[in-house]
Design a protein around this ligand. Structure first.
Ligand code: MN
Length: 296
């Protein structure tokens, strides 16, 4: 069974959900399956709708196929209904590199996931520009992250049922103004600059990808900066969902960024910041590559 790559795309007729097909083609779900015309509607329609999409992708109706080159990819969920939920300091080598920038040499493993959010409208499409935010931050940095997309609502979700609530997986870039993150105490200011959350290019359904031990990496201008595996998370996705959902209802279409591995620019010797023209390529095994440049 080939993995489904679910996308959101736009053309002159507007935005709708689709499936990436081989040969540079797109299955237009707005035509083939109108009740699932947007990604959150498709997610909310449940497993039967996903099965129907799978059948359509296997035998796409000719009238519902478009050339990929004729459409513009959007983030799979272009505007989440709620803030993007995030976990900080979730890979030990990243905890240690961050501590080193503050003179701490003996890092301790966090005891609980460090939750924060990015505003929902920070999300941008694959290929869209991330602003330099000149005058606001001098320390713009990248972070490749596995993103869990919630499929079914739940509160107080037990760890052993948590992955049942995951619809699928995508890639997120938690672009950060480092000095803002640090100086404001709460991370929101440094993490929620306009257009600081590239996401995509596709969602791969959870049934098609075991994300527990897959390669996660980032190149800046072709130079390998981050390279790890999702199995190195301190709190795995099930634990994150278990703890985030304690007394807090997760909803279909919620997106959870699960933390970045080591290799951020701010922890390099000497520290490196991004500048206009820089190109970030984020790759997660089985999902794809998310590419965005810095520029105003
Ligand atoms: Mn992050």
């Amino acid at each position: 069974m080939a993995a489904l790559h679910l996308i959101t795309f736009a053309d002159a007729a507007g935005s709708r959900a689709g499936v990436l097909l081989d040969g540079g083609r797109v299955l237009d779900l707005g035509v083939a399956m109108p009740p699932a015309r947007d990604m959150v509607a498709l997610i909310e329609a449940g497993p039967a709708a996903l099965a129907a999409v799978r059948a359509l992708a296997a035998a796409p109706p000719a009238g519902a196929v478009l050339p990929l080159a004729a459409v513009a990819l959007q983030a799979p969920i272009p505007r989440p209904r709620r803030n993007v939920f995030c976990v900080g300091r979730n890979y030990m080598d990243h905890v240690a590199e961050g501590d080193r920038t503050r003179g701490i040499t003996q890092s301790e493993v966090p005891k609980f996931p460090q939750f924060f959010t990015k505003a929902a409208d920070t999300v941008i499409a694959p290929g869209a520009k991330v602003p330099t935010h000149d005058g606001v931050t001098k320390w713009l940095d990248y972070e490749v992250e596995l993103v869990a997309v919630i499929g079914s609502a739940g509160r107080d979700i037990p760890k052993d049922r948590a992955l049942e609530h995951v619809f699928g997986w995508t890639i997120g870039n938690d672009v950060t103004g480092r000095e803002l993150q640090r100086r404001h105490g709460q991370w929101f200011k440094g993490k929620s600059l306009d257009r600081s959350c590239p996401m995509g290019p596709s969602i791969v359904p959870a049934a098609d990808l075991d994300a527990s031990d897959i390669a996660i990496s980032l190149k800046l201008n072709g130079e390998q900066r981050q390279s790890s595996r999702t199995s190195k998370m301190i709190f795995d996705v099930a634990e994150i969902i278990h703890q985030l959902s304690a007394g807090f209802t997760l909803l279909p279409g919620d997106v959870i960024m699960t933390g970045t591995p080591e290799g951020v620019g701010y922890a390099m010797q000497p520290p490196q910041a991004m500048k206009a023209g820089d190109v970030m390529e984020l790759t997660i095994e089985g999902i794809g590559t998310l590419t965005n440049a810095i520029g105003d």
